[in-house]
Design a protein around this ligand. Structure first.
Ligand code: HEM
Length: 118
């Protein structure tokens, strides 16, 4: 269930150890009170204070237990306009296919023209 939407500018204001918000997968968490309990240390959270820490969070390879703990600190979703535009694998695949088809047609056209000149 999503709560309210929070802008990136608002998250940026909470970038200190005594007031520490972080964005993970487009969700905003207030981890101020969790810092001292974090098994990965407070420094790793302070490092991403007030910004998107998704990459770092995923790189640390968090367990499903960690995901359960997160729920307690969830504040709301990042405002839609501040979310990074994501292109899923399927979308990249379509782009590559279209690119390849266009390239193929161009090649055939150029080759045919070249042949017709002789
Ligand atoms: C609300 C957010 C977070 C929660 C609830 C959380 C929770 C946890 C928990 C429970 C662990 C122990 C291992 C596990 O069960 O996966 C852990 C480890 C760790 N976390 Fe987090 N974490 C959060 C955010 C972050 C972020 C944003 C970063 C990086 C910037 C981070 C970096 C790490 C690291 C480096 C470890 C240590 C992994 C290891 O020693 O193998 N965590 N975290």
């Amino acid at each position: 269930m999503s709560k309210k939407e929070i802008s990136l500018a608002t998250v940026k204001e909470h970038n200190k150890p005594e007031d520490l918000w972080v964005i993970i997968e487009d969700k905003v968490y207030d981890v101020t009170k969790f810092q001292n309990e974090h098994p990965g240390g407070e420094d790793s959270l302070i490092e991403v204070a007030g910004r998107d820490g998704t990459r770092e969070f995923l790189m640390a390879g968090h367990s499903s237990e960690a995901r359960e703990i997160m729920v307690k600190y969830y504040l709301g979703d990042l405002a839609a306009s501040d979310r990074k535009k994501k292109c899923p694998v399927s979308c990249k695949g379509i782009g590559l296919t279209i690119g390849a088809v266009v390239l193929g047609i161009t090649l055939v056209y150029v080759l045919k023209r070249g042949l017709n000149k002789n």
